[in-house]
Design a protein around this ligand. Structure first.
Ligand SMILES: [Zn+2]
Length: 727
């Protein structure tokens, strides 16, 4: 049974296959100068030659984007659901006694058409959305939720799965097959397969309603963010921005019919990239408020949706025998319980708050020194932090960016590191169809010349692309189905103006490494069953292989290879490099605190029981932050509830903590490698073999310990974040 469409049908709309990523916190000005994909010819009848109804003939079944039109999706979804229901019915009513092959393997093989349509659609709806696609999403999401229930709440099918599960120890299964049986059994139980018919009906109704709310939430947010863009009348007000940023703002305005004005788009997190440089304090406040007040009014008010979603989640949890949604969500993860996740988060609060207060003192001293007479506000923080950073580290982004030219970072940084560690290389494949002219296709080869995977690179911001950065796949690896992986990395890097190179921040550099970390998790998977493939691991493990890759971006041998001036080719000066390294820990108090605030808020919402689930959004949020002592007025949470897609959009509900949990593993693993010689093939292959190739074929702590020789400790993380001294 195909995982993306079924197991995470709803989550897929927002957080595709393993990563709704949170790394990007920098410039994501949508470049509307880039032409949208050509509109579909209106005359194509939906019934004629729908490419989604058949297997793609392209290499590794890569989708043929030149043939796929929006009108193909709904018929393919309908036909795909019908096909899978027939396949599942045949399995459920099979007269033979249930066996691993005639039940579990048969389910792994089912739903091929639905999978095909689903991955293409949800990928495009995330990275290249438009009104037509949003309408399809609204229509199909509740249908997919119902379809999933039709399978997981089928009593005959569950009876077969249960009998195989109960006999699994004596069935002579391979360890991977046994794991698959356990995963299936758990999926059924967690979907409600053991409930009474009346409760099953309740669950079904709740699921359908929830999936509609999730899709409405994300659509409201997209519109609210677009509407929140701040119009600026004169260039003078934009003092502090670079010429390129001002030009971009002028183009943004022009594209919206506001020629002669400037438009500052609002993206993703509470903090906004321009706040770092805008000198005009009143304009900073306006931008910050536009961001922080998103989706709380008019026809894009997400608060009633949040209230209902929280109620539904609590009610579902109760029906399934849990006290709240957080308990239900964490049971199958590495953390196991909300208490374990909370313990990890809250032990960090004192150190983090103390560091943040030190940073605040520096900032307030800077404000005074510049003749200001006010307490630092959220819209001031980044502006003055940037001043302090320049002063303390004599480092300004404009000095550094010329050494981080996009193509060089990708080829000589990211690809170079993957080659050093894993022996793989990337070859451009301009002949393969892509879904947007800015997407670039590559074929990935192993050292001995074996072709391993296809990789699509979609790095630049544009209208219609969801904020942030993520990895997803079009085809999952599995030897059962003879499939090699086709994966994509998506980011929102502001492309250089026409004729100019794209120079990026170090933050974006590390995000490129991060997403490639998910990429190789998908591409180097070597498992039998698609449900256990690659990134299909728990939320608090999936960010481990990606976060692990981030630190190679500042490894000396890697840096020396890619950090070269875009005009002269000169290597980044050692002194500047030392500053970049030293500046890495700057503002970590703020960064960690805004994250912790959001993670705690997410957990609090989902620890409500059904009896007190209905809460006033703003009041609840304030009380939750206060409860954990993370309510510093100048440091608001990274996301407020009405635009907290990770938490409310479904993909990371009660799981936003997972980023930090994964970072513990990542920092521990990276530190371990440094004790074994650093960037060597031997280290890389050890990681590839014990972590990347095994997917979810084993319990994840077991997977980790096999690589590391012991369970992880938090030391690596605290040192990585500058909260503890090494040694
Ligand atoms: Zn990630």
């Amino acid at each position: 049974m195909n995982k993306t469409v079924l197991a995470t049908a709803v989550a897929a709309a927002l957080a595709l296959a393993g990563c709704g990523d949170d790394k990007t916190s920098e410039a994501t000005m949508a470049n509307t100068a880039v032409a949208e994909q050509a509109a579909a010819p209106a005359a194509t009848p939906a019934t004629a030659a729908n490419p989604l109804l058949v297997k793609s003939v392209l290499q590794y079944e890569a989708p043929d984007f030149t043939q796929i039109r929006n009108e193909h999706f709904l018929p393919a979804f309908d036909a795909g659901m019908k096909e899978q229901l027939a396949e599942v019915a045949a399995i459920a009513t099979n007269a033979e006694a249930p066996t691993f092959d005639n039940t579990i393997v048969a389910m792994e093989r089912s739903g091929a058409m639905l999978q095909r349509a689903g991955v293409v659609f949800f990928n495009l709806n995330g990275s290249d959305s438009n009104d037509a696609r949003r309408a399809i999403e609204s229509e199909v999401s509740p249908k997919l939720a119902a379809h999933s229930d039709d399978i997981y709440l089928n009593p005959q099918l569950f009876a077969r799965v249960k009998s195989i599960f109960e006999a699994r120890e004596q069935a002579g299964l391979t360890p991977e097959a046994k794991r698959l049986v356990e995963v299936y059994f758990e999926r059924f139980v967690r979907a409600g397969a053991q409930l009474s018919d009346a409760d099953k009906a309740k669950i079904r109704a709740l699921n359908e309603e929830h999936s509609s709310l999730v899709s409405k939430f994300s659509q409201n947010l997209l519109k609210a963010s677009s509407d929140a863009a701040v119009v600026v009348d004169s260039k003078e007000q934009l003092a502090g921005l670079s010429d390129a940023e001002i030009q971009m703002a002028a183009e943004e305005a022009k594209a919206k019919g506001l020629e002669g004005k400037y438009l500052l788009p609002i993206t993703n997190t509470t903090r906004q990239p321009v706040l770092m440089s805008l000198k005009d304090r009143a304009l900073r406040q306006k931008v910050w408020e536009a961001s922080a007040n998103r989706a709380i009014s008019g026809d894009t008010d997400n608060r009633p949706l949040v209230q209902r979603m929280i109620e539904i989640r609590a009610e579902r949890a109760k029906l399934l025998g849990f006290n709240n949604w957080a308990e239900y969500s964490l049971e199958p993860q590495m953390a196991k319980s909300p208490q374990a996740a909370l313990a990890m988060l809250t032990t960090m609060v004192p150190d983090v708050v103390a560091n943040t207060r030190l940073e605040q003192a520096d900032i307030e001293a800077k404000i005074k020194a510049e003749g200001g007479d006010f307490e630092v506000q959220p819209w001031d923080w980044e502006y003055y932090a940037e001043q302090v950073r320049k002063e303390k580290y004599a480092l300004d982004e404009s000095q550094v960016k010329p050494y981080f030219e996009f193509e060089r970072v990708l080829n000589d940084g990211v690809f170079f590191t993957m080659n050093k560690l894993f022996g793989i290389s990337f070859k451009a494949r301009p002949d393969l169809p892509v879904y947007h002219p800015e997407v670039k296709a590559y074929e990935v080869f192993d050292e001995d010349g074996t072709s391993v995977a296809l990789f699509y690179a979609d790095y630049f911001a544009r209208e219609g692309k969801r904020g942030g950065a993520w990895m997803s796949s079009f085809v999952d690896q599995s030897t059962l189905l003879g499939k090699k992986p086709v994966v994509v990395n998506v980011m929102n890097i502001a492309k250089g103006a026409p004729g100019q190179p794209t120079l990026i921040s170090f933050d974006h550099v590390t995000t490129m490494f991060h997403e490639m970390g998910h990429g190789v998790h998908g591409m180097l998977s070597q498992v039998t069953y698609p449900s256990l493939s690659g990134t299909d691991v728990s939320r608090d493990f999936v960010e481990f292989p990606s976060t692990f890759q981030e630190d190679w971006a500042s490894y000396p041998e890697v840096l020396a290879n890619y950090a070269k001036h875009y005009q002269t080719g000169e290597a980044i000066p050692a002194e500047l490099l030392a500053k970049v390294q030293a500046a890495k820990n700057f503002n970590q108090g703020f960064d960690t605190l805004e994250y912790l605030a959001a993670a705690l808020l997410d957990m609090e919402w989902h620890m409500l029981s059904v009896d007190n689930a209905k809460q006033d959004v703003a009041m609840f949020e304030a009380a939750a932050l206060k409860k954990y002592g993370v309510d510093l007025p100048a440091v608001p949470p990274r996301y407020k509830t009405p635009y907290f897609s990770h938490s409310m959009g479904g993909g990371y509900s009660a799981s936003y903590y997972a980023y930090m949990w994964s970072e513990i593993l990542a920092a521990d693993a990276y530190a371990f490698m440094q004790t074994r010689g650093g960037l060597t093939r031997d280290n890389g292959m050890k990681f590839r073999k014990s972590i990347l190739s095994v997917g979810n074929t084993k319990p994840l702590m077991e997977t980790y310990v096999e690589f590391r020789g012991q369970e992880p400790t938090t030391d690596g993380l605290l040192i990585r974040r500058g909260l503890k001294k090494p040694g």
